[in-house]
Design a protein around this ligand. Structure first.
Ligand code: IPD
Ligand code: CA
Ligand code: CA
Length: 258
């Protein structure tokens, strides 16, 4: 049974999802305004976020909201984190790999969250102690333990986000695993680790709204999350290493040796 908070997040995401679907169909008419290289904000991001906020504020008028497009709306200690479209570059290019992310956080801990891809109708949800789910299916991380069998997701940096070691990281992982995928939505990448499709995932230079629900999805599906060097992850971390647990240390060592 979905907890009440997930029902409300689902209501907000499914309503906003209709806007996203409509705009996805009319992608060529969208006005695109460049925020910085490779990082676009579209009318759709703004409209979707506005719709989510409208629904959530009806149910939770006093909460604090941390949002990608509207910034921070200060309220009480209960906090909701929103990324209206994770995968905006995919969206702009008509690639249906996008997600609406909404998460709840109390005392700096993510306790509940959803990621909804309205185009593929995939609704991921998780709550602390209640497991991870996609539609009606319970999720479980993969069981692979040899890196050489493992498919690893990442987010390639671009523009100003390029950092020194990223080519050596990719080189190291390509040499020792079954390959790398770059799908373009950090939230869904983490959901795919939770679902056992990807065996691991790493990315640097992310924001809380990218990572929020995904980190709990992985943990509740039996996986592990940490900083890239293996240290404990917390909500102030801008990077993530996620895995099915079995390969976590190996993966962290490969990425930290550089
Ligand atoms: C982006 C996606 C992408 C990741 C970027 C994020 P956005 O979020 O999650 O996969 O590589 O770092 O910024 O901008 O599409 O919400
Ligand atoms: Ca994002
Ligand atoms: Ca976004």
């Amino acid at each position: 049974m979905q907890p009440a908070v997930i029902n409300i997040f689902e209501k907000a995401a499914k309503k906003a999802g209709r806007i996203l679907i409509r705009d996805f169909g009319e992608i060529e008419n969208l006005q695109i305004e460049s925020k910085s290289v490779g990082d676009f904000v579209t009318n759709a991001d703004l409209k979707v976020e506005k719709s989510i906020l409208e629904t959530l504020k009806y149910f939770y008028p006093n909460y604090t909201y941390i949002t990608e497009e509207s910034g921070i709306i200060k309220g009480d200690e209960n906090t909701i984190v929103i990324d209206p479209i994770d995968g905006t570059s995919n969206f702009i290019h008509g690639i249906p790999h996008v997600g609406i992310i909404i998460a709840k956080m109390t005392n700096d801990e993510i306790t509940d969250g959803i990621i909804y891809n309205p185009i593929l109708n995939e609704f991921f949800w998780t709550s602390k102690g209640k497991g991870s789910w996609c539609n009606d299916r319970r999720l479980r991380v993969s069981n692979r333990s040899n890196l050489s069998d493992c498919l690893i997701g990442t987010g390639l940096p671009f523009g100003e986000r390029i950092y020194k070691n990223y080519l050596s990281e990719i080189d190291e992982i390509l040499k020792t695993t079954a390959g790398i995928r770059r799908f373009g939505s950090a939230g869904l990448d983490l959901a795919y680790v939770a679902a056992g499709k990807l065996d691991g995932f790493w990315e640097a230079d992310l924001n809380l709204w990218d990572l929020s629900t995904g980190t709990l999805l992985v943990k509740e599906a039996g996986g592990r999350i940490s900083k890239i060097n293996g240290e404990d992850w917390n909500i102030d971390c801008r990077e993530i290493l996620a895995s099915n647990s079995n390969i976590h240390i190996d993966l962290s060592e490969k990425l930290s040796l550089l």
